[in-house]
Design a binder for this molecule. Sequence first.
Ligand code: FES
Length: 146
Amino acid sequence: MSTNEFNKCDGEDWLYSDIVKEHFFHPQNILIDDKDYVADGIGVTGSPLCGDMMAVWIKVDRDKNVITECKWRTFGCASAIASTSMMSVMVVENGGMDLHKAKRLTPEAIIERLSGLPDRKYHCSVLSHLALREAIDDYQKIHAKK
Ligand code: FES
């Protein structure tokens, strides 16, 4: 890549918001070792665009049908880390998000709470909500059988 080509990329689209930086440098609810963590649902997904992976673990209050804990781990980039950290905060704040609402959580809603992401990083934010949906499906499959 020439210097000119690099300079073309050196615009607004490369800037991260302060909220993205805060969640990247201080990620919330990350789970480094899941060996002793007992989850109610687990979701794992990968990005066909970059090959990165994401795992999400949830705990659910069965009476209220809300998410009480959301843990995660990823091989993804700074945008994936910040997006998933924010998602994990959003689904447990205010007493926990209802499972139906959590399943409808969109990357756009997460990006809005982050005050934006570079366009080319949209696919990174998708990983967290897809893994969350998998974790909710996993929980619902297990509890539908009981
Ligand atoms: Fe793979 Fe961001 S480039 S998650």
